[in-house]
Ligand binder design. Structure first.
Ligand code: LLP
Length: 421
């Protein structure tokens, strides 16, 4: 459930019509619903607790939507943060999420990033390879601390909606094998500056079938039992993120409740705490991208282009993953016409959808891309020197700009022309 509904002034986010935000902030603009973010987080956590999982660490995947105001909303509910860069760790800390609820993942953490995370006292650094373990040990020794590490295991399970977001097969760059994990865990346990606390996995994103997750989690359970059997200390099993969301034209993905029951069954009464790294399921349907129609361009042979002021730099998912986003007119219209919806960027890839049936629209009208709260603004760029798209947070009948659109002066001021040109 989300809080984007049609009201007397057209499509609204909670109590605020999107048209009002567009008029005040301009377009394109991302709009997020605080109530939806809170609801999604609470439903996810309560589902786990309801399935008998005691005190889970729900570390929201910051990469999905990293705005500090969004992180603050979730952090206040008790969310932790799954991070993949120093920048994301800094965002989580800036939002008031304490280090002990921050997980630091990623295959290529640099020395400085590891040092920063250790100083911040993160809950665990998820180790993705042996050279990385050695680097973490080195940095921890330099700082005179003991690094809490968890080993990210690649369970060699195929999952995920698109090849570019599947991560759990052994040919993917993520994590160590089960055999390596057991060996590295035992070695690390004897290291003065390492404290292995658990194991982790994440097999992909936009997963709409629980079968691969169940298979991966059963393998992870086996690994924890093996490590415990060897007398090693294991306190946490991190099961990653990946639960899919409905993008309108697809079968309903499993609910958080179904997911939680599957987890409880797969893990049974393993004597460790569980951690989760959900991103999309929290943020996707809590946000929309609002854009204005610039022109309707009709070719004589019948092709009809809806040229809008949002582009692939603002929402890259359709261009990158052929992702489907529902597109709704902000002011309801009747009738149906076929459009290719395109942005102003000078690439054919800047096409949001082809041959989509939409109500007839005219220049100046607004459309909303639904389910754009995750991997939308977070993946935006300034390609074609288009100002980075702003973000707005709605709370009931009020709204606030939580990232302003930069001015052209600010954008150009970042470039420096050397004297010698
Ligand atoms: N944990 C790790 C280690 C991850 O790599 C990811 C996502 C997550 C958690 C969160 O997964 P989620 O619950 O959001 O599925 N840009 C793509 C999605 C990339 C996901 C990358 N990793 C998209 O727009 O579909």
């Amino acid at each position: 459930m989300n809080h984007f509904e049609y009201g007397p002034e057209g499509l609204a986010c909670e109590g605020v019509p999107l048209a009002r935000i567009a008029a005040e902030v301009g377009t394109p603009v991302y709009v997020y619903s605080r109530a939806t973010l809170e609801r999604h987080f609470t439903v996810f956590r309560d589902a786990l607790v309801g399935a008998g999982i005691v005190d889970p660490l729900v570390a929201y995947a910051v990469k999905a939507n990293s705005n500090v105001a969004v992180l603050k909303v979730l952090g206040e509910l008790g969310a932790g943060a799954d991070t993949v860069s120093e920048g994301e760790v800094r965002r989580a800390l800036a939002a008031g999420i304490p280090g002990e609820r921050i997980v630091f993942s990623g295959v290529g953490k640099k020395r400085g990033e590891i040092a920063f995370a250790l100083r911040a006292g993160v809950a665990e650094i998820n180790v993705e390879s042996e050279p990385e373990l050695n680097l973490i040990a080195e940095v921890a020794a330099e700082l005179g601390v003991k690094a809490k590490v968890a080993f990210r295991v690649n369970p060699d399970v195929a999952a995920g909606g698109h090849a570019k977001i599947a991560t759990g097969k052994s040919e993917n760059k993520f994590g160590v094998s089960f055999a390596e994990a057991a060996r590295l865990y035992a070695n690390a346990s004897n290291h003065a500056h390492l404290e292995p606390i658990g194991v982790a996995c994440h097999i992909g994103s936009q997963i709409t079938d629980l079968t691969p997750m169940r298979a991966a989690f059963a393998k992870m359970r086996g690994l924890v039992e093996q490590l415990l059997g060897e007398g090693l200390h294991v306190e946490r099993l991190d099961l990653g993120g990946g639960l899919g969301v409905p993008y309108f034209d697809m079968p309903e993905p499993p609910s958080p409740a179904e997911f939680a029951v599957m987890v409880a069954e797969a893990i049974q009464d393993l004597p460790v705490k569980l951690a989760f790294e959900p991103g999309r399921v929290i943020a996707a349907n809590a946000g929309v991208l609002v854009s204005e129609v610039i022109h309707v361009h009709e070719r004589p042979e019948g092709k009809r282009f809806l040229v809008i002021d949002a582009a692939m730099n603002d929402l890259i998912r359709p261009a990158m993953y052929d992702a489907f986003h529902d597109i709704r007119p902000v002011i309801p219209r009747t009738g149906e016409t076929t459009y290719d919806v395109v942005g102003p960027i000078c690439e054919t890839g800047d096409t949001f959808t082809r041959e989509r049936l939409l109500p007839p629209l005219a220049a100046g009208e607004l459309v909303a891309f639904m389910s754009a709260g995750a991997y939308g603004a977070a993946m935006a760029s300034e390609y074609n020197t288009r100002p980075l798209v702003p973000e707005v947070l709605v709370d009931g009948d009020r709204f606030a700009v939580i990232r302003a659109r930069p001015s052209y002066e600010e954008m150009l001021a970042r470039d420096v022309t050397p004297e010698w040109v």
